[in-house]
Design a protein around this ligand. Structure first.
Ligand SMILES: [Zn+2]
Ligand SMILES: [Zn+2]
Length: 373
């Protein structure tokens, strides 16, 4: 049910700089391959068919494509584009692409059917949860067809009466000068019938707000802004229309030790100047692992140097690589306090650095004079 939103170019096997003809060709190939008439009852093919249609809808439209290129899936949010919920939707948009192929024709949609609204659910995760993936139960509210009246809005035992104003047509004709104008019937708001005895549970609206809990499977590697689309889990449609979708939008909380950039992780560890100079082996914590990881600090390591630990980053959602890397930045700490012994040892060490350093004690005055110019 839950499917991670894949990259549109990846879906259509296209490069980012592909032309319009390529987009069309590629989509047609997939659409024919996954066409429901060729794959009756095959859910996987159905999902692939819808996914390809969604990718095509965005990439064929230069404005949407530009938005997508710059901001990804999130960029299309709020532009009113929410993909396709059913075949009718797709056929009515791109039916022309099938014409002349294998006798596939367009399928007419049911008139008046309205798809239910899509819903958004914001889910916060810790970095560890994003790392491992998670199965979570989420609870939200949505409008569903009223159980008492089966969505009709009429009280049980009663039936809606045909609207007298429009005789059930939903439209009324008005004369305006020479013209006759057809408009939505004001008495029934275009529904063709009037509820005289409204259902007590939904007050005639046909829908009730219900609390719904569903289990969501979050794949490892999600990041802030990742979206999971649960098809058909939005609000129920009207007049036989399909339900909307539920979008689970992921927010990953900041971690105290690890920071993240796409699949890669980064952290900083402080070491002493002795460790930096002589080298050392440390155990550092690993995200998602009980045991730490042995990190070898080579002798002569400079402050700010970055050590890469391959394959210890986040899982990749893009599929072409398994995991990102971990970058450990080493920060050399200079002690603010030293014991007398330590100081003497360091001074003895300084002697070995040669006469230039030994004279340094006298240097400051001249040095500052020089600086002052
Ligand atoms: Zn009702
Ligand atoms: Zn009417």
């Amino acid at each position: 049910m839950t499917r991670y939103k894949r990259d549109y170019y990846e879906i259509l096997s296209l490069s980012r700089d592909c032309g319009d003809e390529e987009i069309k060709r590629s989509y047609r190939k997939l659409a024919l391959k996954y066409h429901p008439d060729r794959n009756p009852g095959d859910k996987e093919a159905e999902e692939n068919f819808k996914e390809a249609a969604e990718a095509y809808a965005v990439l064929r439209d230069s404005e949407k494509r530009q938005t997508y290129d710059r901001f990804g899936h999130e960029g299309l949010e709020g532009t009113g584009f929410s993909g396709f919920s059913g075949f009718e939707d797709i056929f009515s948009s791109f039916g022309d692409i099938f014409e002349g192929f294998f006798g596939f024709g367009t399928r007419g949609g049911r008139t008046g059917a309205i798809q239910g609204k899509s819903l958004r659910y914001d889910l916060e995760l810790t970095l560890e949860e994003a790392f491992h993936g998670k199965e979570d139960e989420i609870t939200f509210h949505r409008l569903e067809a009223c159980v008492t009246c089966s969505g009709s809005g009429a009280a049980p035992g009663s039936a809606p009466r045909t609207c007298g104003t429009c005789q059930g047509r939903g439209q009324v004709i008005r004369s305006q000068g020479f013209f006759q104008v057809s408009t939505t019937c004001p008495a029934c708001q275009g529904q063709g019938e009037i509820i005289t005895d409204p259902c007590p549970d939904c007050r005639g609206g046909g829908k009730t707000r219900v609390e719904k809990s569903i289990s969501v499977k979050i794949p490892p590697g999600v990041d802030t802004g990742s979206q999971l689309r649960l098809r058909g889990e939005g609000e129920s449609g009207e007049y036989g229309g399909p339900p909307g979708d539920l979008f689970v939008v992921i927010h990953v909380r900041e971690h105290t030790f690890f920071s993240r950039e796409e699949e890669n992780l980064a952290c900083q560890i402080p070491i002493s100047f002795v460790q930096a100079a002589l080298g050392d082996t440390l155990t550092i914590p690993m995200l998602g692992e009980k045991e730490g990881h042995e990190l070898v600090i080579p002798h002569g390591t400079q402050s700010g140097e970055v050590i890469k630990i391959p394959g210890k980053g986040m899982a990749s959602l893009r599929g072409y690589r398994k995991r990102g890397d971990l970058y450990v930045k080493v920060i050399v700490k200079i002690p603010k306090k030293m014991s007398q012994d330590q100081r003497e040892l360091l001074e003895a060490f300084a002697e070995t650095e040669g006469p230039a350093f030994a004279n340094k004690k006298k240097k400051p005055k001249g040095f500052w004079k020089k600086m002052a110019g």
